[in-house]
Design a protein around this ligand. Structure first.
Ligand code: BG6
Ligand code: MG
Length: 226
């Protein structure tokens, strides 16, 4: 079963942090705590370029060329992750962002599939705390592939798990790196948030609030035809 927008759409692949739940804020707070402890300058603005970026690559960007021994790097990544785990400990289905649950339900009701394509190694824990697992047909996370976003590998991994090709899937992303990853490999892309971040997507919404499956499919139709 699928929905026709010129080409048959059979699935949605969702990024997790910042798309279905506001864990992007917790990633920021955890990095900020580490940066403050280490005396490293780090602002919310700096954090915008870390969206979608792996833990190690994020730290490399925060260090801005400062060189540390591998052992210290690992310790800092572990410390940040401990802070992050503390923040997500209380996460529950109430922390799904507005519109997320409704869209997942509509996708399922239309006979389409849903998957997660998240660079996070904590994705499974977040998914379970949000109660999302019964609505998902596949999960690709920070353990699934070597090369993380903006490489396309993670979304290709998710599509392969669904048994589909990129042209049959819509990726939903809040990060520039994720939009780039998906566009590079021929997925249709819905961007969420400011255009400076997601302007490379085929269609951009401020968030999923009030966005229905039919809105996405009709907004994508010109991109498919064009
Ligand atoms: C992405 C987040 O989903 O996962 C990034 O947008 C984060 O901010 C990355 O760095 C890796 O997450 P984790 O949980 O493995 O440190
Ligand atoms: Mg994200």
């Amino acid at each position: 079963m699928g929905v026709t927008t010129g080409v048959l759409i059979k699935a949605f692949i969702f990024d997790l942090d910042g798309v279905l739940t506001d864990t992007a804020e917790y990633h920021y707070r955890a990095w900020k705590r580490l940066a403050d402890e280490e005396g490293l300058p780090f602002t919310r603005e700096d954090n915008e370029s870390l969206r979608g970026i792996s833990r190690r690559e994020s730290l490399t960007l925060i260090l801005k060329g400062r060189v540390y021994p591998e052992e210290k790097i690992r310790e800092m990544m572990a410390r940040k992750n401990n802070y992050y785990l503390q923040y997500i400990h209380e996460l529950s289905p109430r922390d799904l962002l507005p519109g997320a649950r409704e869209l997942l339900d509509e996708i399922r009701a239309a006979g389409l599939k849903s998957a997660i394509g998240s660079a996070s190694r904590n994705a499974e824990e977040v998914i379970d705390r949000l109660g999302l697992r019964p609505l998902l047909d596949a999960i690709s996370d920070g353990y699934s592939v070597e090369r993380q976003k903006p490489a396309p590998d993670l979304f290709l991994h998710a599509a392969a798990q669904l048994g589909l090709g990129p042209s049959e899937c819509v990726v939903v992303e809040d990060a520039a790196a994720g939009v780039e990853a998906a566009k590079a490999s021929g997925f249709r892309v819905v961007g969420l948030g400011p255009r400076e971040r997601t302007g490379g997507a085929d269609v951009v919404f401020p968030s999923l609030a009030g966005v229905h499956l039919s809105d996405i499919l009709s907004a994508l139709a010109p991109a498919v035809r064009g």
